[in-house]
Design a protein around this ligand. Structure first.
Ligand SMILES: [Zn+2]
Ligand SMILES: [Zn+2]
Length: 494
């Protein structure tokens, strides 16, 4: 049972709503929407999947807006047909930012809450569009007792795609006090970007060589809440690349995520910084649920299965994934070149599969445990993508930097530009390739539907998307090994 609520929509839907809800005569307007749930460990998000604009005569504009019961019925029937809930959004043309629910709107929405539940099997979503800044506010009408419905307010409404904007509910997500340690950062992009960063919940999936640097950057920059996922332990062979790691950490088999959480607490500049560390993979149910609670995910993994799951989170659950990676080319023991990447997977942008970041055919191989089977790996050709492990600290630094630049571009949108395409940097030529087109039309994530609408077959499916999670033998073994080691160390202590 989740206790937090949020709303997310693609930039595509947001643009349609802005057009539908903005009137030349400056009066209020309304529109019904269809939504689907995306459930995390603590937060349920209503994903807006379509708009149902009014037909001629279905609403009455007289300063404030009213609609006919036929319009409500038509939208609810449409929602029920496709397994969605129904939502009512109306505009406050002069409104700016989060709109608190006033008495008139409260009464109007409450009136339809029971019917919406009866017709669609899902609670009514109520929203307000603020005309002055194109912000959104939202609540969901939950049944408290027989014929009694009460609003549960959203903590934020996120718009995700080639832009990234969030309207926060100031009561549930207050702006933190300004701190001296962030003066230089705030002078770069201003208090409004900083207030967004401070209230975002960012998940870092994988706290290895790239992820550890990403965590450091996010904590220092002032992101308020980090969720860290990794099941691996620090090993001696990591010490040449893993920021903060010591010989002692390696000897004790310390969980990388524990080291990352401690480093984040030390580095954080947010006055009420919170970090949640999970010794889990994103492909495990608990890891997936924690990731589904985040507003943005940073992918610092290189295996196909977690990347596959992250791709699903980006397009089916609308959580943008800032991904990247390093690849070093060697020949007979000498380096021939190196590449690193940074890109964001989100609707309207190319997905991880279309970018060649993983091969869907390798996911089953990994699920079967083959990638942790030494005899399978040594049987692969030397240059096989699943076998290559070459990396050095400076390339991890470069990849982390490429990913953080993508993250900052997305959130701060310098000069109004949030999407500069997927970047591939080449060491030997000193050049950067940029891919600006999105997915291939056939792609199930970011392709196009049969009627040429944006979004493939998995687009915005939320909880209706196929589950790609399962038990992960290597993660279970790693946790068991640490438990044994901890017990032994306890035993040895005098
Ligand atoms: Zn209103
Ligand atoms: Zn794709």
């Amino acid at each position: 049972m989740t206790t937090r609520f949020g709303v997310a929509m693609s930039t595509d839907i947001a643009r349609r709503l802005t057009a539908d809800l903005t009137r030349d005569d400056g009066q209020e307007e309304c529109c019904f929407v269809l939504w689907r749930p995306s459930t995390g460990a603590q937060r349920t998000t209503a994903l807006i999947v379509d708009t149902v604009p009014p037909l001629e005569g279905e609403r009455i504009v007289h300063g404030t807006v009213d609609f006919t019961s036929d319009y409500f019925r038509r939208a609810s029937d449409l929602a029920a047909e496709v397994g969605c809930g129904v939502g009512l959004i109306h505009s406050h043309p002069g409104g700016r930012g989060w709109q608190t629910l006033n008495r008139v709107d409260h009464a109007a929405e409450e009136n339809f809450a029971a019917q919406a539940m009866a017709l669609t099997g899902r609670p009514l979503l109520g929203m307000v569009f603020s005309g002055a800044d194109q912000g959104h506010s939202a609540r969901i009408w939950q049944r408290r007792a027989r014929r009694h419905y009460a609003p549960m307010h959203a903590e934020s409404v996120r718009v995700v795609g080639d832009q990234f904007t969030v309207t926060f509910n100031p009561r549930l997500a207050p702006v933190p006090r300004a701190v001296d340690s962030q003066v230089r950062t705030v002078s770069a992009w201003g208090p409004s970007v900083q207030d967004t960063l401070a209230r975002l919940k960012v998940g870092v999936v994988g706290t290895g060589s790239v992820g550890m640097i990403v965590v450091e950057a996010l904590a220092r920059t002032g992101v308020g809440h980090l969720t860290l996922l990794d099941f691996d332990a620090v090993e001696i062979v990591n010490l040449d690349r893993l920021l903060h790691a010591t010989q002692r950490d390696a000897r004790r088999g310390r969980a990388k995520v524990d080291l990352a959480a401690q480093a984040a607490r030390r580095a954080a500049t947010h006055p009420a910084f919170r970090v949640t560390a999970l010794e889990a993979s994103v492909v495990e149910p608990a890891g997936f649920a924690a990731a589904a609670d985040c507003d943005v995910l940073v992918s610092c993994v290189d295996r196909p299965w977690p990347r596959h799951v992250l791709n699903l989170l980006a397009y089916a659950h609308l959580i943008p994934v800032v991904d990247g990676g390093v690849s070093v080319a060697t020949h007979s023991g000498s380096m021939r070149g190196a590449e690193w990447r940074g890109h964001v997977a989100a609707p309207g942008r190319a997905c991880l599969e279309c970018l060649g970041q993983y091969d869907a055919a390798h996911v089953a191989t990994e699920r079967d445990g083959m990638l942790d089977n030494p005899s399978y790996i040594t049987g692969l050709p030397d240059d096989h993508v699943l076998r290559r492990k070459e990396n050095v600290f400076v390339f991890s630094l470069a990849a982390a930097s490429a990913q953080m630049n993508q993250f900052i571009t997305m959130v701060a949108a310098p000069a109004g530009i949030a999407d500069t395409g997927a970047h591939l940097h080449h060491l030997t030529t000193g050049t950067t390739d940029r891919r600006e087109e999105g997915c291939t039309p056939q792609c199930p994530y970011g392709g196009t539907s049969p009627d040429e609408e944006p979004g493939g077959s998995l687009h915005l499916l939320g909880d209706s998307a196929p589950t790609l999670v399962g038990s992960h033998t290597a993660a279970e073994r790693a946790r068991a090994a640490r438990r044994t080691l901890r017990a032994r160390l306890r035993h040895l202590r005098p």
